[in-house]
Design a protein around this ligand. Sequence first.
Ligand code: PXP
Length: 237
Amino acid sequence: MINLGVNIDHIATIRQARGTTYPDPVDAVSVCLAAGADSITAHLREDRRHIQDHDIERLAAIPGLHLNMEMGVTDEMVAICERLRPAACCLVPEKREELTTEGGLDVVAHKARLAAAVARLSAVGVRVSMFIDPIPEQIRASREIGAAVVELHTGHYANYFGAAQAKELDALADGAKLARDIGLIVHAGHGLTVENTPAICGLPEVEELNIGHAIVADAIFKGLQQAVADFRAVMVR
Ligand code: PXP
């Protein structure tokens, strides 16, 4: 089985669009877990455009929840994560003007800063993942700075079709093999849909997928529980 992490950011996006108290992303947790999710991911962005501090605090306080806190590598975020101690965190590049996380981290270029963040978070028991493109140098650098996990960026694969998509899938397959060979745990995510997820599940090294936008979008038409269950159903080896 591959683990499914449901990213609940866009439930908060709907709430923030009206400045109301609903829908509450925390209410999604029990629904997602009942439908077969293994973990919950939430991205506390620097600009607080969706998930708010009180959301991440409440998520972190849910007993037994495997919470994956996605975050940019800033002192503020590292301090919050150190204090809340979620089971996992995924470090991502963050630019204010982007619509979503648009590329992987450049671990090679920011080795010292990332190594310091990984060391601080690992010291309090948080399992740290680096969100990177499937580039050998980035994978090796992630290992060198002490990350336990790499989350391979599937966004390009998801955006392409035909031969270009097949090429991206090959790069993900090679990246997953290399990462596993050098002792990293392999996750993947970004842009995954019910249609393009099965091929990623064909990569034997991939242990977890993190999926958000398509699940929340599907939930509009079929409900959150069914949307999660439908992803779970296609996540077979
Ligand atoms: N993984 C990471 C690191 C992300 O930044 C995102 C988007 O927040 C996802 C997975 C999920 O991507 P999507 O919302 O396109 O499913």
